[in-house]
Structures are given as structure tokens and as C-alpha cells.
Ligand binder design. Structure first.
Ligand code: HMG
Ligand code: MG
Length: 294
């Protein structure tokens, strides 16, 4: 029970991409700087995606240029294609993430291509990341349910997760994108996945729409997973997953892990400062609707 567990903070990306208004660059930078003081080792800071698709992330390069980098922290960004990878590399990210879906409906809506096409598109990103010595992470979205296609079979998730690992990802994060997964469904999924994939190569990414995210983390711990994505203040959602709520909130996740004897190395007081900043500044910064989103 005293194993280390890694909390992977995704609030500046998954959280802010879904804000109704554009969060000013300096606010994003300050949030990431505060998160850098908490003991986190991995922070997803931005997305190098099409600004027409996700206008909230249009300032990714400026965010990366503005943050105060702490040694020992990996600052990551989403990159859907080589164009995004090249921009992320120029901005000096330490890690990039490619993202696929286990359901065709979400793949089409989110990245405008089939699952198979998305995996083909990631291959040159993987090669470029390897050549540049940049860590490559993978996401599989809709691991239990898709907002367009309904239930998703564990076999479909296993296939995409394995393809991402074969393609060079050091870890695959399993996204309950719409946050509706029950602990029973997560248990079934992970029983299937971990029969062929080492749980050390998997992370949990639970959105909290149905209020099951912390229970789902517990189930995943039982299956051997030791990395969990969370967002400060429970920010988050995906513009292409209607109704999806925020990621599991970082502080409650940390408290639950602390209470049950898992070590995270995070500083609760520093996280409280980041959350307080987020609540004051970001809530107040998002009154204007963002124009141009699809
Ligand atoms: P497309 O329209 O099919 O692609 O979009 P395209 O190649 O025709 O490009 C369209 C325009 O975008 C062009 O510009 C490109 O240059 C530009 P135009 O000529 O029209 O002016 N473009 C780019 N610009 C900047 N950076 C780029 C880039 N690529 C093309 N990288 C595309 C395909 C993948 C680009 C688009 O669908 C896209 O950007 N999608 C991203 C959607 C997204 O970010 N969703 C949220 C993240 S995923 C998520 O939240 C789930 C996760 O949290 C896990 C979970 O919860 O499940 C990870
Ligand atoms: Mg997400």
C-alpha cells in the first residue's frame, strides 16, 4: 500500500480547452507556474491542435514560452499530427501525446478521421519524437462509452492501446471521456486489458460526470495501475464530447490516495494555492464566449 502513485496534472490542457471563454495566456502561465511548485513531475500544459477546432489552446506556443520551467518536471502537450508535433518541438515541450479513440464516432468528431487513419497519422509523430528524444504518450478515448456510438467493447480498447504501445508510446492513458463509466465497467475493462498489457504501461483518465471517478481510481489501483490524470479544481471536458464534465479533481484525488496509504510526493498546501488561483482568476476570466470553435 505504500507504493508511489503518479498524479499527472492535465488541468492546463484538458481543463482549459473546455472553458467557455478564452483564458488569457498570462493566467495559464501563472497556473502552470503554481502547479510547478506542488511536487508534480508531469504537467500537460497545452495542445498544438488546430486553433479552428479548439480556439482555447491557440496560444500554446506563448504558454510554453512564458512558463518558468522547473527541473525534473516534464511539460507535455497534445499533438494530433506532424504539424502539431513540429510546433510543440519548436516550443520546447518535453513530452507529446497522441490521442486516438476506441470508438469510430468520437474519432470522426474529435479529429476528423477514422481510428485506423489516426494511427497512421501518429506514426510520423512517433518517429519524429523518437529522433528528437521527446517522450511520447498515448491516449485512448471513450474506453467505456462514446457519446456518439454508445457502449465500447474492451476488445476495441485493447486493440487501440496495443497499437499505441507498439507505435512507441511509453504509456497509454485510458480516457473515460464522458465520465459515465461505473466501477463495474472499469473493472471489466481492466481485467481484459491487463490480461495482455502490463498495468505499469497504463494510466487512468477519469472524467467525473457520473461522480464515479474516485471509485474508478480505486478499481484501477486494484488492477495495478499507478498513474492517474487529474485536473486542478476538477476542470475539464472535451469540446467534442457533449455533456462531459471535468477530470477527477487533483486535490480530492490526492487526499484519497494519502488516506489510503499511497505516496504521491505532492504538497497539499501548494496545490490548494493553485486551486485557489484557478477558482478566482480563471472563473473570472471566462465570461466572453470563444469565437471560431467548430
Ligand atoms: P482537419 O480539419 O481534418 O485537418 O482537422 P486539416 O489537415 O484539413 O487542417 C485544417 C486546418 O487546421 C488547416 O488550416 C491546417 O493547417 C490546420 P487552414 O489551412 O484551414 O487555415 N492544422 C493545424 N493548425 C495548428 N496545429 C495543428 C494543425 N493541424 C492542422 N496541429 C485536426 C484535423 C486533427 C487538425 C483537428 O481535428 C484537430 O485539431 N482536432 C483536435 C481536437 C481536440 O483537440 N480535441 C480535444 C483533445 S482530445 C481530449 O480531450 C480527450 C483526452 O482528454 C482523453 C479523454 O478524455 O478521453 C485526451
Ligand atoms: Mg480528457
Amino acid at each position: 500500500m505504500s507504493d508511489p502513485v503518479t498524479i499527472y496534472e492535465v488541468g492546463p490542457r484538458d481543463g482549459l480547452q473546455n472553458e467557455p471563454g478564452f483564458v488569457p495566456t498570462e493566467v495559464k502561465v501563472r497556473l502552470i507556474d503554481l502547479l510547478s511548485e506542488t511536487g508534480l513531475r508531469r504537467i500537460e500544459a497545452a495542445s498544438f491542435v488546430s486553433p479552428r477546432w479548439v480556439p482555447q489552446m491557440a496560444d500554446a506556443a506563448e504558454v510554453m514560452a512564458g512558463i518558468r520551467r522547473r527541473p525534473g518536471i516534464r511539460y507535455a502537450a497534445l499533438t494530433p499530427n506532424l504539424k502539431g508535433f513540429e510546433a510543440a518541438q519548436a516550443a520546447g515541450v518535453d513530452e507529446v501525446a497522441v490521442f486516438a479513440s476506441a470508438s469510430e464516432g468520437f474519432s470522426r468528431k474529435n479529429i476528423n478521421c477514422s481510428i485506423a487513419e489516426s494511427l497512421e497519422r501518429f506514426a510520423p509523430v512517433a518517429r519524429a519524437a523518437q529522433a528528437a528524444g521527446i517522450y511520447l504518450r498515448g491516449y485512448v478515448s471513450c474506453v467505456v462509452e462514446c457519446p456518439y456510438d454508445g457502449s465500447v467493447a474492451p476488445e476495441a480498447v485493447a486493440w487501440v492501446a496495443q497499437a499505441l504501445l507498439d507505435g512507441g508510446c511509453y504509456e497509454v492513458s485510458l480516457g473515460d471521456t464522458i465520465g459515465r463509466a461505473t466501477p463495474e465497467a472499469v473493472d471489466r475493462l481492466l481485467a481484459h486489458l491487463t490480461s495482455t498489457i502490463d498495468p505499469a504501461l497504463l494510466a487512468g483518465h477519469f472524467h467525473d460526470t457520473g461522480g464515479h471517478a474516485l471509485d474508478n481510481v480505486q478499481v484501477a489501483l486494484d488492477h495495478g495501475l499507478r498513474t492517474f490524470d487529474s485536473a486542478i479544481g476538477g476542470l475539464g471536458g472535451c469540446p467534442y464530447a457533449p455533456g462531459a464534465r471535468g477530470n477527477v479533481s487533483t486535490l480530492p484525488l490526492l487526499r484519497m490516495l494519502d488516506d489510503t496509504g499511497w505516496r504521491t510526493g505532492l504538497d497539499i498546501a501548494a496545490l490548494e494555492r493553485a486551486e485557489a488561483f484557478m477558482a478566482q482568476e480563471i472563473a473570472g476570466a471566462t465570461k466572453e464566449p470563444v469565437k471560431g470553435g467548430q
